[in-house]
Design a protein around this ligand. Structure first.
Ligand code: ATP
Length: 439
């Protein structure tokens, strides 16, 4: 086994309080007679010269008892997942740490979650997805910073390649197919040829079909949360993986243009509404589905076990949005209330997508018109009528469907500036009630 120590210069990239904490936790390992390691992404990123504070610790021994001891000492929040022999700690300053018992895993059936059994660190590293994620760094005093790199992780980091640890890896866990694309695109590494062959083989079967909705959704959205999801989406398409979302989903040139335009749409949106919280990964998914029919979108929502909120947002996109975009970019001018009515049911994610779609068309005049409408809408969506249903009742109108109709017209008039005060609202409503009486 390679005996190496992480270069101090790399370790120093971590905040000193984190290094101090890791040293103390290593000392706690000695006190309790167990070996403690930090593993996975943090070590990989340190070796690449990056800093990640998503700390994954592995303990040779009872990881959960160790996690409880750490939680007691540092008064952290603690959540224990007995089935997976893991625990999550949240330190008072917000730092998160996962602590797990080192284990081997058995996959009773492909694509299902494994059963786990305690094992030595070497076996724990062997169950991991790729060599670059299978490097551990020991924390015990005397061994602090010692790297355990049994499977050539550093070699593959240097060669900039993604490599599985064994031939059955993608069969055991097809989420690794998406993880491979994630790391390949993020680091601009390439898939080692044998790994690419195994991935293509696994992707050509129906293994991914067997993944549960939440697991597939997680992989897709985590991939779309990367800095440049357009590359990952193109890769999914090239590897014919989009069919696992829906058999009719195609990555056409038009869809590609919309996906590529999303960053510009985010930039514009962010400059207008810096505080707006946009579900960015979902916008990328919506961009990918921008030519899909409502039926295809509904099927994808179901496949991904989307929450009601996610499904509602997704269903606002697709072909349905084309009709709205056409009206907003047509010649002539819409009244502010007409714009309001076109947009009022759309979530912000769909508004961003409207901009991306129009950016992708490269028609400057229509894009400016759309942006003008959206800016006006931003202001108008806060407008409310002074009069409410009970006021209409007090004015003598019997409760019924005409309430909604009159209040809707009143809001339109407010938005268009035709009424501007409570007195004018009352006159407006009075006139409508009168007209009803005349009928
Ligand atoms: P990121 O930088 O995207 O967070 P990460 O490598 O830290 O990447 P996590 O999902 O946090 O990824 O997982 C932590 C570690 O757990 C990984 O580095 C890897 O060693 C292991 N791991 C995670 N998911 C899998 C999987 N599906 N199969 C095998 N090992 C996995």
């Amino acid at each position: 086994m390679a005996q190496q120590t992480l270069r101090p210069a790399l370790l120093e990239r971590l905040p000193s309080r984190v290094v101090g904490l890791l040293r103390e936790i290593g000392a706690l390992g000695d006190e309790r007679g167990c070996h403690v390691y930090v593993v996975g992404g943090v070590v990989r990123d340190l070796l690449l010269g990056h800093v990640t504070l998503d700390l994954d610790l592995a303990v040779e021994g009872d990881g959960i008892a160790f996690a409880r001891a750490v939680a007691d000492r540092y008064r952290t929040g603690l959540a224990v997942f007995e089935r997976f022999a893991t625990a999550r700690l949240v330190f008072p300053d917000g730092l998160k740490m996962d602590i797990a018992t080192t284990r081997r895993e058995f996959y009773a059936e492909p694509a299902l979650l494994p059963t786990v059994q305690p094992a030595a660190i070497e076996e724990d590293l062997y169950r991991r997805d790729f060599t670059i994620n299978a490097i551990a760094m020991q924390l015990n005093p005397g061994q602090f910073g010692r790297l355990l790199d049994v499977y050539g992780g550093q070699r593959d980091l240097r060669a900039r390649r993604i490599c599985v640890l064994h031939a059955g890896s993608f069969q055991d866990d097809p989420t690794r197919i998406f993880r491979a694309i994630r790391f390949e695109q993020r680091f601009k590494f390439r898939l080692e040829p044998g790994t690419l062959r195994l991935l293509t083989q696994a992707a050509s079967t129906n293994l991914i079909q067997q993944l549960s909705g939440p697991r597939l959704q997680n992989e897709i959205l985590v991939l779309f949360a990367e800095r440049d999801p357009a590359r990952a989406i193109a890769r999914l398409a090239k590897l014919k993986l989009l069919r696992f979302l829906h058999g009719r989903l195609r990555y056409t040139m038009d869809v590609k243009r919309v996906v590529l335009a999303v960053p510009k749409a985010f930039a514009w949106w962010g400059s207008r509404s810096p505080d707006a919280v946009i579900d960015r990964p979902l916008v990328y998914l919506m961009a990918l589905l921008s030519e899909s029919s409502p039926a295809v979108i509904a099927a994808i929502s179901k496949r991904l076990a989307c929450s009601r909120e996610q499904a509602t947002k997704l269903s606002a996109g697709g072909k349905r949005l084309d009709r709205i975009l056409k009206k907003l970019t047509a010649k002539g001018t819409l009244r502010p209330s007409q714009v309001y009515r076109l947009l009022v049911d759309l979530p912000d994610e769909a508004l961003v997508l409207l901009v991306a779609t129009q950016v992708s068309c490269q028609q400057a005049a229509q894009l400016s018109q759309l942006k003008r409408y959206l800016m006006a809408y931003e202001k108008n969506r806060a407008i409310a009528t002074v009069l409410k249903g009970r006021d209409l009742q007090a004015m003598g109108l019997k409760p019924g469907p005409q309430y909604g109709a009159i209040l809707g017209k009143l809001l339109d008039a407010r938005i268009d500036g035709a009424v501007a005060s409570e007195a004018e609202e009352r006159a407006f409503v009075q006139k409508r009630i009168g007209a009803l009486g005349d009928c």
